[in-house]
Structures are given as C-alpha cells and as structure tokens.
Design a binder for this molecule. Structure first.
Ligand code: TYM
Length: 329
C-alpha cells in the first residue's frame, strides 16, 4: 500500500442496515474512499454478543457485505472483508484486554444500556466489546474512523488504550481520529425521536431499513411522530421535526437552513411526504444494485475471500510487531 492515510470502519451484521447507519456512517465511507486507503469490515465477531441463529448470522453477513458494495464501495479500491476471516483481530484483542482497565469498561454507556436491556445475557463479550473494536482499528494503523455519534466513547477508549501501549513499547500504534459527521451522526427513531434509530429495534415503524420498498418508506414517514405546533424548524423542543429535517438535508445534500427554508410555509403532511419520497428515491438505485449482487453469492464470497487475504497480510505486520515487543516466543 502507498503512503495514503488509512481508514477503518465496521458494521455489525445483526440485521438489515438502517437509514441511521447509512447517514451516520456508511454514506461517508464512500465519500472518503477516494482520498484514503480504506478497510471496511462486516464485524461478525461483534455480532455474537447476542444469540443469533447460525443461518441467520451467515445470511445477515452476506447481505451486509452486499450492501457495502451496493452503496458504492468498489472492492478493487477498498478492502472489504469479514472480521472472523482475520484471526489477528481476536489475537490483538486479547493482548489489548490486558492493557484495558475494568473501570474503563464499566463506564461504557453502550455496555450499560445493553446490559440493562438484556439482563439474561450480560456476557463477557458484551463487556470487552470495545477492546475488540480497538483491535480492529489499531491492527491496520488506521488514521481515521468514520462512525456515528454512538461510537464516540468507544473511539476515545481505543485512543487511550493505544497511548497506554505506546508509552510502554514505543510508537507501535497510530492514534486514530474519529470522523463524526456534523449532522446525521445521530438519526433518531421515527416513532420515538428520543431514541437512536437502531437495526435491532422491535418496532419496525421506528426504523427505515435500506431494503424497505418506496411504499413502506413513505408510509413510515407519514406516521412519524412530530408535535402539535406546525412549525418546520430545527429545535431541541422539536425532536421529531428536527430529525426529519436532518434526514431530508442528508439525503438531498442540502444544508439544514436550506431544508428549513424550503418547508417554511408547508404543513406537516406535505413535509413528511416529501421526506419519504426523497429517502425512497435515494435508496432505489442502491436496492437495485443490492438485489443484483445477492443473485450471485459465489461472486460475493470470492470478493470477501480476496478482501480477507489483503487484510490478513496488513494485520499480520502489526500483530508480529506486538508479539515481539511483548516477549512472546
Ligand atoms: P453498528 O453496526 O451499530 O453501526 C454501524 C455504524 O452506523 C452508525 N449508526 C448510526 N449513525 C447515526 N444514526 C444512527 N441511528 C445510527 N445507527 C448506527 C454507527 O455509529 C456505526 O458507525 N461497534 C460498531 C461496529 C464496529 C466498529 C469497529 C466501528 C466494530 N468495530 C471499529 C468502527 C471501528 C457498531 O456496532 O456499529
């Protein structure tokens, strides 16, 4: 690889990706990919902190992998692969576990939220999840990590672990920066705009999946929860409307001010319909490409194998260095 800077990011194959993951992260992956050497990973090892049927996990993984390509990530220019195909992630993760304090993991808000929701399965994987994330990033000496707002704390921990390790062993790891977009970094649920839109949510109306048909998308936006004052503007007191304006601005490429101006005299009904149509239009070509890719699984598997071979080669360099420095025989 040349001297270009490196990007790493990942997505869990726990379901169909949502409009939230597209606007908060994946749409930027494609935009940034021309200026960096990029690795984008389907993090199937992170997915098993919840119980998933093996056939479902395998299917979700392939589907997610196809989305990466359908959204414009050219496998010839980006390294696209499955995390479980590169054993170095697990190996480095163990090492980094020994450089991470329980006190740090106890403070992770996602761990706290997820263990409050899944009281019957608070497993150690859920607890050390951010350490595996740090290994993902540090293995490739990534400079930049494009993610949504919910990953900010994990990124900060990754930097802390890297700095701690470097203090002991010298300049081993590049300290990565988070790339969090100025808006769209936290897309909220359509039914519950206080909560993040999430692919593992039980309420399908809360969430736009990238595979939703135009009818479904428009229906969901028409049902979106708003408020009763009929003004279309960004405001902390108007989480529903602010979320819809943000989505509209992201999918049309307009600024928030332009979006507000466009709907200054409109009613909520017309506004919601317009947001739904804009989203449906944006997703249509991706959906077509996704369907095409899913019709040739052998091709997808071959692309993933090539990506894993390249990732293994890069990861091996960092891992070898770490093992030598630590004193492994
Ligand atoms: P995951 O699979 O939950 O989400 C993938 C990416 O989408 C972003 N995102 C959102 N952004 C805005 N609004 C939303 N409602 C929304 N929902 C999801 C997430 O911030 C994320 O960037 N732990 C990570 C995956 C991961 C990773 C990594 C990321 C594993 N290793 C190393 C970066 C670097 C996760 O669960 O993402």
């Amino acid at each position: 690889m040349s001297e270009r800077k490196i990007i790493f990011s990942g997505i869990k194959p726990t379901g169909i990706p949502t409009l939230g993951s597209l606007l908060g992260a994946m749409s930027h992956w494609e935009k940034l990919s021309s200026d960096y050497n990029c690795l984008y990973c389907v993090v199937d090892m992170h997915a098993i902190t919840i119980r998933l049927d093996p056939a479902v996990l395998r299917d979700n993984g392939r589907n997610m992998f196809a989305w990466l390509i359908a959204l414009g990530l050219d496998p010839e220019k980006n390294i696209l692969y499955f995390q479980s195909n590169v054993p170095a992630h697990a190996e480095l993760s163990w090492v980094l576990n020994c450089y991470t304090y329980a006190g740090e993991l106890n403070r992770m808000t996602q761990f706290k939220d997820k263990s409050a929701k899944n009281t019957d399965n608070i497993n150690a994987g859920l607890y050390t999840y951010p350490v595996l994330m740090a290994a993902d990033i540090l293995l490739y000496q990534a400079n930049l990590v494009p993610v949504g707002e919910d990953q900010r704390q994990h990124l900060e921990l990754c930097r802390d672990i890297a700095e701690r390790f470097n203090k002991v062993y010298g300049d081993v790891f590049t300290i990565p920066d988070a790339f969090i977009p100025p808006y769209g970094a936290r897309i909220m649920g359509l039914q519950n705009p206080q909560n993040k839109m999430s692919k593992s949510d039980d309420n399908a109306n809360d969430c736009i999946y990238l595979s939703d048909s135009p009818d479904e998308i428009i229906k969901k936006f028409k049902r979106a929860v708003t408020d009763s004052d009929n003004q279309i503007k960004m405001s902390e007191e108007k989480p529903g409307i602010s979320n819809l304006l943000t989505i509209y601005a992201c999918v049309t490429g307009k600024t928030l001010a332009e979006a507000e101006a466009e709907f200054a005299d409109a009613g909520y009904g017309h506004f919601k319909q317009s947001v739904g149509e804009a989203v449906a239009q944006t997703l249509a070509p991706y959906q077509k490409e996704h369907a095409r890719l899913m019709s040739d699984i052998a091709n997808l598997d071959a692309i993933a194998a090539k990506g894993a071979a390249k990732a293994n080669e890069m990861a091996a360099k960092t891992l070898l260095k770490v093992k030598e420095l630590i004193g492994f025989n």
